[in-house]
Write a protein that binds this ligand. Structure first.
Ligand code: I3S
Length: 131
């Protein structure tokens, strides 16, 4: 089977566990609430899944082992960079701002892990520019 460039861009880019906090929704500041999240970057969309431990009884009824998405972030027109020191006392914090004015802090203690996410998300943002 042969794949063209567009099909390739739809393949799985990266997945893993990160700490994230949404701090703004459509330009409106919101209370920071850090949670660890299974995170998938695929086809220009970053999806944060709820920690199964924190899912309510209602969502757990859907069946054990099912992940429920919490936030879906369109990377087209987004920007990412290292967060300023006043954004968090944690180390290795990235700040992701969407075109629609939502903001997320993304953090992981291991520098190489967060560095890889920074690279992959940046590349995906740049790729979305031409699509
Ligand atoms: O920017 P803030 O308000 O200092 O963020 C802290 C709060 O989200 C805090 O929760 P409470 O508002 O329930 O106290 C969190 O426990 C802290 O982790 C947040 O600060 P850091 O520096 O960890 O992002």
């Amino acid at each position: 089977v042969r794949y063209n460039a567009e099909e390739k861009s739809q393949s799985l880019d990266k997945a893993g566990i990160l700490n994230k906090a949404k701090v703004a929704d459509n330009g409106k500041r919101m209370r920071k609430n850090w949670a660890s999240s299974w995170t998938v970057l695929q086809g220009g969309i970053l999806t944060f899944y709820k920690d199964p431990k924190n899912q309510s009884a209602g969502t757990l009824k859907q069946g054990a082992g099912q992940f429920v998405s919490e936030h879906t972030v369109e990377l087209k027109g987004a920007s990412i960079g290292w967060a300023a020191k006043d954004k968090s006392s944690k180390k290795n914090v990235l700040e992701l701002k969407t075109r629609r004015g939502s903001e997320y802090l993304i953090q992981y203690d291991t520098e190489s892990v967060i560095g890889d996410w920074y690279k992959t998300i940046s590349e995906s943002i740049n790729h979305q520019v031409d699509t």
